[in-house]
Structures are given as structure tokens and as C-alpha cells.
Design a protein around this ligand. Structure first.
Ligand SMILES: [Zn+2]
Length: 492
């Protein structure tokens, strides 16, 4: 049998339509061909998983695009068109199958359903091409996405530690179809729910029972693949929802029954998918009571993967105001501050306004810098290879110029600025771009549980945006460390 030719592509973005951060093509750091394969081979990413499966099948692989951007605002029209043209063009040239690593929450300036539109264009040039589609747990499912794909599979973890596995699940089902062993048919459905990212992790209730049911059905062989998607609530688009997709062999009936059970259970539990926040000051105070660390404070809207500006200083300001020690915070995206720190050099003492550079007109919020004084402890080029369980093996190139580690202390001005922050209306001013609910911008979590962060981008996501590792008490010498970056960054 002749070698199969498989087009493998990645086009991933989780679009926060409330974010003021633009998303041009450069944000995707697009690669293709050999460079893309070298970058993602043997990494814990969807495309890494797809490459594994293609290798197992001894297939010829064509990679027209491997691009992924940090969550941010609308994907610029030109970027979207360029990326689609690359993928559609490669498929038009002829292939036996396509493996597509997408996110499922891409919103372009001119299309609400970025993935559905891409698939529609592919189908226009390849009506019968077998297509395996891998998606993030935070997908918004749409009819075009399902109708134009052959197999769909999504992450089953959050934080997403099963990226490569997801690509493998989708890819292997498609290969079985190519071999004539199965005939995939898909059913899908959704419920009009905007589940909070802070409470919908599949490892915990209320989602755990639902995802476990899907996993069990797939593991038993009752269906080929079963995926549940929590959705991404920070997008003002019509199809935001909780959804599920079931891939069946020939007969869709088992899938429909499973789909009804999954979505029925989710709908019945809809109240539990809401997050009840508390004012920031009280949550920081609560964190103080949790005892030995590490303790994770997640500014879930401004974390490194929800599309915030990554320079909102509210949580850091309040943490300083309450005098917490042994703190590592960041990464904070502030090119101007990094420039000043680099000029000052290692060991220099610097006082400057930090963060708060970017206004957020979509939520009527002005940027608010925090004036701090600190000593520069390290300046690096910002490149590193992710060694944690999520996106393992990927190389972060998130800071184009440099990244600084900076031990700093609050000034009197910053201490005064943060006083009296306890009402919910005040708390709403802490809410970064992707968080519109008052009083929910920060959560304090005992460290036994993973931080509820989302990283759609494969270029440097870690398990926690705030804790470097498991520091021993006193490791930071009672000081407050801030990690600054000259560009958007997802991990440190
Ligand atoms: Zn996600």
C-alpha cells in the first residue's frame, strides 16, 4: 500500500472578545514544514499527538501551519485569512487525511466561528476528506465544526495535561476509519450555559461525574470517542455553551443516548457551575489562614491564558498591602518596565510604576500602575522549555527581549492606594478584561489542588501562573518576587 499523505496543522486561539490585546499573525508564531515538526515532535501538545499517530502509520506528513497564540482579543482578519489559506491550500494540493489541532474558541474579526469557517472552506475543496479534529476543553461547539469533520475529540483535563493524548485519540480513530475498521458518525448537542472556569474542571464536581461518564463510554468501546466541552465564557458570541460530541461506529443511537445523559446531568447541575466569589481583600486574608504553602492566588481573568492584559496589578497590590511574604508573582507583561530594569542592570535598585499600562475600554476600566521599589535579581532572555505536565517539551519564546526577576517591596503610595477594598462594587474594579462578575477576580486555593488555569497556547503553559515550584517556607527570604516579561508569557 502506498504511503498515506496526511496534512497535519495547528491553528489555535482562545479569543476573549472583551480583551483589548490585539491578535495579529505574529502572535501565532507560525511555523511550517520541517521547522514545525522539529518544534512540536514529542511534545505534550495536540499536534505532537497527531505527529505520533502519523509516525505510527508511517504516513507522509505535510505541515502547512503550526501556529498558536496566547489568549487575547479578536484574531485579526488578515491573520485568519493567511492561516486558513495555508491549511486549505495544502489540502487542495491533495492528501489522504487531515489532522487539525484547533482550539474551538477562535473568534476572528469577521467570523464568530473561526474553526467552523475553516472547516467549511476545507470541505469546499475536499468534500470527502477524512478529517480528525482535536479541540480544547474550552471550545464552543457549532454545527459546522461537527458537520465538516469526521472525528472530533477534546481535552478531558483542566489544566490540560492530555493535549497529546487528545490528538492521539482523534488521530487513531481516523486511522481506523481509513483502514475500513470503523465508520464514524457523530452526534452533538449543547446547553445554553456559561460555566465558570473556576468550577468546571473535570477533576472535580460538578463536572467530574459528567466527564467520567464520557471517559467510561469511550474506554468501554461503546462509542469511538466521547468528549465534553466546558466552553469559554469570556466571548460575546451566540454559540457560547457547554457541549458534547460523541463519535459512534456506524450507528448513532448509542451516541444519542449518551449525549442526552451527559447534557442532562450538566443541565441539572447548572447552579453548581456558577462561581460564587468574594471580595479580593477577604480572599487574600483567607489565603493567610491556609498555613504552609504553596498557596496559589489565581487572578483568573488576568491569568496568562484567559485573554487579559496580563498587567492588572490588583491582586499583587492587595497581597502587598496585607503584608504576605514569600510571594512570587507574575508574569507581568510590561515592556517599559523591563526596558528600565535592563538598563539599570542586575542588583540595581529601581522605583517605577509597574503594570496597568493597558486600558480596557470593553469593560470601561482604565489601567492602573502600581508604584513599587525593588532590586533586580536576574535578567534572562525569557526562553525556556516547559517541563511541567502541561504542554511538556514546548519551548517558550514569550518574551522577545528579556524577562526579569525582581524582588520588590510596596511603597507607601501603593499601600494607601489599596486600602478599603471590600465591597463588591469596589471588587469589580479588580476584574480584568475577561472577568465581568464583581468580586471574582481572585481566588485563594490550598495548594494540594492544581491551579485552575487554562492554556490554549502550546508555546509555554505551566500548571500555575504564580508558583514556580514548591518553595520551602522562607525560601524567598520573606520577600516579594515579581517576574516581569516584555511580552505576553504563560509560565515561568
Ligand atoms: Zn482551555
Amino acid at each position: 500500500m502506498a504511503r498515506r499523505k496526511i496534512v497535519v496543522a495547528m491553528m489555535m486561539h482562545e479569543t476573549n472578545t472583551f480583551s483589548p490585546v490585539p491578535t495579529p499573525l505574529a502572535s501565532f508564531r507560525p511555523l511550517s514544514g520541517h521547522a514545525a515538526i522539529e518544534e512540536f515532535r514529542d511534545t505534550n501538545t495536540q499536534i505532537g499527538g497527531f505527529l505520533d499517530v502519523a509516525k505510527e502509520a508511517n504516513a507522509e506528513v505535510v505541515v502547512p501551519l503550526a501556529g498558536g497564540a496566547h489568549p487575547s482579543g479578536y484574531v485579526e482578519k488578515a491573520a485568519y485569512e493567511d492561516m486558513c489559506d495555508a491549511i486549505v491550500g495544502a489540502i487542495r494540493n491533495g492528501c489522504d487525511a487531515a489532522f487539525l489541532a484547533l482550539h474551538g474558541a477562535m473568534v476572528a474579526e469577521h467570523f464568530d466561528d473561526g474553526e467552523g469557517e475553516l472547516l467549511r472552506r476545507i470541505r469546499a475543496v475536499a468534500p470527502r476528506l477524512p478529517i480528525a479534529l482535536g479541540l480544547d476543553f474550552h471550545s464552543h461547539m457549532t454545527a459546522p465544526m461537527v458537520e465538516h469533520a469526521t472525528v472530533v475529540a477534546g481535552y478531558r483535563t483542566y489544566p490540560h495535561v492530555d493535549m497529546a493524548e487528545t490528538g492521539q485519540r482523534a488521530g487513531r480513530t481516523l486511522l481506523r476509519a481509513l483502514d475500513g475498521l470503523v465508520q464514524p458518525v457523530m452526534v452533538w448537542g449543547s446547553r445554553p450555559m456559561m460555566t465558570s472556569t473556576l468550577v468546571h474542571a473535570p477533576s472535580r464536581q460538578p463536572m467530574k461525574d459528567i466527564m467520567d461518564m464520557a471517559i467510561a463510554a469511550e474506554a468501554s468501546g461503546a462509542v469511538l470517542n466521547a468528549s465534553v466541552f466546558g466552553g469559554f465564557p469570556h466571548a460575546d458570541i451566540p454559540h457560547t455553551s457547554l457541549s458534547a460530541v460523541i463519535v459512534c461506529d456506524r450507528n448513532a443511537e448509542p451516541g444519542r443516548a449518551l449525549l442526552d445523559r451527559l447534557l442532562g446531568m450538566a443541565w441539572d447541575r447548572r447552579d453548581a457551575f456558577l462561581y460564587s466569589g468574594a471580595p479580593l481583600a477577604s480572599q487574600i486574608a483567607h489565603a493567610r489562614t491556609l498555613g504552609d504553602g504553596p498557596i496559589v492566588l489565581v487572578d483568573h481573568g488576568d491569568n496568562t491564558a484567559s485573554g487579559g492584559t496580563q498587567d492588572v496589578m490588583s491582586v499583587i497590590e492587595e497581597t502587598m498591602r496585607q503584608g504576605l511574604e514569600d510571594v512570587a508573582a507574575g508574569p507581568i507583561c510590561d515592556p517599559e518596565a523591563v526596558k528600565r530594569i535592563v538598563e539599570a542592570g542586575t542588583a540595581a535598585s529601581v522605583t517605577l510604576p509597574l503594570g496597568g499600562r493597558i486600558d480596557m475600554p470593553q469593560i470601561n476600566l482604565a489601567g492602573k500602575p502600581l508604584t513599587v521599589t525593588g532590586r533586580v535579581t536576574r535578567i534572562t532572555d525569557g526562553e525556556f522549555v516547559v517541563t511541567g505536565p502541561m504542554a511538556t517539551g514546548t519551548r517558550s519564546r514569550s518574551a522577545a527581549a528579556s524577562r526579569s526577576t525582581w524582588a520588590c517591596s510596596p511603597t507607601a503610595a501603593s499601600t494607601r492606594a489599596a486600602s478599603g477594598t471590600s465591597s463588591s462594587s469596589r471588587a469589580s474594579t479588580f476584574a480584568p478584561a475577561s472577568s465581568r462578575s464583581p468580586g471574582t477576580s481572585c481566588s485563594a486555593t490550598a495548594t494540594a489542588a492544581p491551579a485552575p488555569t487554562c492554556g490554549s497556547s502550546p508555546t509555554g503553559t505551566g500548571a500555575s501562573p504564580f508558583i514556580l515550584s514548591k518553595p520551602e517556607p522562607g525560601q524567598f527570604g520573606g520577600r516579594f518576587y515579581a517576574i516581569l516579561a516584555s511580552g505576553m508569557a504563560s509560565a515561568f
